[in-house]
Design a protein around this ligand. Sequence first.
Ligand SMILES: Cc1ncc(C[n+]2csc(CCOP(=O)(O)OP(=O)(O)O)c2C)c(N)n1
Ligand SMILES: [Mg+2]
Length: 896
Amino acid sequence: MAVRRADMDPADDELREWIDSIESVLENEGPERAKTLFRAVRDYLSNAHVIIEDATLNTPYRNTIPLEQQPAYPGDIDIEQRIENINRWNAMAMVLRGYDSGTGVGGHIGTYASSATMLEVGLQHFFRNKGPDYGGDLVSIQAHCSPGIYARALLEGRLSVQQLMNFRRELAPGGGLSSYPHPRNMPTFWVSPCASMGLSTPSCIYQARFAKYLENRGLKPKNGGKVWNFIGDGEADEPEVLGTINIAAREGLDNLIMVVNCNLQRLDGPVRGNGKIIQELERSFRGANWNVIKVIWSGEWDALFAIDHEGVLQARMERAVDGDYQMYSVSSGPEVRAHWVENDPRLADIMRVRSDEEIRCIKRGGHDQRKIYAAFKRATQSEGRPTVILIKTIKGYGMQGYEGSNLVHQKKNLALDERQETARRLGIPLSGEAAARADFYCPPADSEEIRYLHARRTELGGPWPERQVNCPALPTPPLALFQEQLNGSGERALSTTMAFVRMLSKLMDQPELGRYIVPIVPDEARTFGMEALFRKAGIYSSEGQKYRPVDSSTLMPYREATDGQILQEGICEAGALASFLAAGTAYAIHGVPTIPFYIFYSIFGFQRVGDMIWSCGDMLCRGFLLGGTSGRTTLNGEGLQHQDGHSQIIASTVPNLLSYDPAFASELAVIIREGIHRMYELQESVFYYITIHNENYAMPRMVDGAAQGIIRGMYRFRVAKPVANKQRKAHLFGSGAIMTEVLRAQTLLETLGVSADVWSVTSYNELCREGLRVERQNHLAPGSKPARPYVAELLAAEQGVFVAASDYMKSLPLSIARWVPGPYVVLGTDGFGLSESRATLRNWFEVSAEYIAWAALTALYDTGAASHIELSAAASALGIHQHKPDPACAGPAILR
Ligand SMILES: Cc1ncc(C[n+]2csc(CCOP(=O)(O)OP(=O)(O)O)c2C)c(N)n1
Ligand SMILES: [Mg+2]
């Protein structure tokens, strides 16, 4: 708690003496000396076990930068204010036009209204584009500000009136605009998505870190570039926000500037009615060792602070809670004065210099260009630390009658007279009717405003936002690079994970490609057998390695280095995924074609950070996600929160993500090579999810000519020996590690007189997508000869019964059912995982060889190709429990 004369007990002479003496040091010897003395006293007390809990985490509730340190404003504030007002009007008009159109498409006014000034100061003076000498700024805004950004692009001539009229109507004639920043939908405009609140912060933090990684590894010149992350104060409640700020300080990200728009409100009401969100955030960020700059009051307050000799005004500001401040924004001048003064004559005296109207209109810092400029300027000069700027604003600023009200977030309409009054107050030269219609206003091209705006952006390197992709293509390595995997392992048993690590290492050794590989691991490298890479490639650390690792004398020491290639992210899947996003979008942001391989426990991928993976899709990210130790039964013993039987299913929901569950090293080799080809040579904006396993078995040689089938999702892996009775034919579909069971089932069936071909399904998702695509075309434009989906074509000539076995839920193999030309039984692992051995788990989930063979036999029985007696004999020979509980809904408890 700050000590102010106003708060001091007049009878406490000792305290006054202490304060007098520190005041004298401050005046005569300066702040550095005062800090030294204070620290010495604090350390003395700490040594004596007297801990001051709230030591210095909070500073007074006022601007961090005092008037005397405020730099001169470099721009023409009048013109900038006019431009801002036009943007405010047009942004509001977009939403009002949408409302008037009766389409119900919605939109928001309040968020941009609160942040227009800070964005305008940024756009006029700070946000610089990439150029020959500058790395370029990455700016992520609050998603709900998008109307303001579109409005500005209208003034710049980059968007048309028609497009603005079609805000939130992307399919409307003439083209429309997406609600929020979505690079996927507007790939030459938006750079990064942010509509799912809370994700932009880890995304920006790791973008800033990845820029340093590229610089330290010599892949990007050290030519600067800031990452600006604008978020809402309500948004700061998302755990991803405060949960990832530590790493920014630890990494010394002085290229990162976070700006929190503290309008004290979220959607429903106050963010911290009973407290102060700015002070709360200040504590968190200072505790995490960030630079914190608060912008609370506008210049009008400076004169009042100048006469607040005893700190009574400051003390009153400390006492008021956010609920009070929100109330002031909707109250009249006399009401504010009365509440503020609280019968304190000293306060009454100070406030007397302002009229009631002046008191009502007195601004918050977030609506004062000079205060914002000072904060932004200081933030850009930070060295060695990230900066957060906490800016106090009013939600819906300028929306007459709605400023600060609890319903302002949802406000989409204004009455006609309110529209006219707003236009008048903003100085928009529209007629009464035009204002009531919410016409857009654009000054002529040679007007002062437009010329100024263009001149400023030209100086800052061009328009913002703008997504420009200018990245060299990489040559695809020949498939022969993975000859070892294509040849198979002979008798030697190994897992697809081991094969993957060998391939990764090979790729890292490639002369042209190798340096672009970015291996990313959460705290799991040893789980996947990747520790040998530590020594070879090094673990990235901005500080190098200040200690001798405990295993320095071994062959695989824990080696950290400033130019380390591996990103070891600790136990932070959100951070690791944000690194993946940064590395996978470096082609667009930095023009550097880094290829991320993020390998993780598969259940902690989609299930844990699925929204971030969705965001990768939106941001047109490239790279490989590797779901390690995947499968519901393959991950021996780990149980309910580790065994993943559904990531492949969730993967199918991301449209530009291709997902595979390969069984063999050769398949993995073909898929990875194809991925590099599509993403880095052809530069397609897709990305890959590949599940890999930890079960060891002999890897067969690649089937001749199978590459296309592997890529498309399915090929015939092994033809069965024919049997005498042609009716007794089965086709077994296997994928991933369950393939070993399928192969065993083939042998079992052979002994039962059934001929079963084995097909390897590398991707049900790709088969299904292609099938649906083809069917859609057939339906939309029926021709004389309809096309056939690949899977239907592949199986067209096959007879008999079909059984699919997957370590994933049944809906995965079921997704291709309509193209299978015969009876089709799907076996899969619906239900929770449980701690058991691999063999027991496979019986429990009915995906073991025995259950696969049984399924084929019962299907044959249904077609009349097997007899009842035979079935009874097989049930006991195979050990089938015909009355066992359904694993889809039962847990082990039911067994007791
Ligand atoms: C993850 C997520 N949850 C909820 C929402 C819905 N939502 C959109 S804006 C908003 C309130 C935002 O408040 P704040 O962050 O304070 O921003 P302001 O509009 O006040 O500037 C909410 C809840 C969302 N977009 N994303
Ligand atoms: Mg808010």
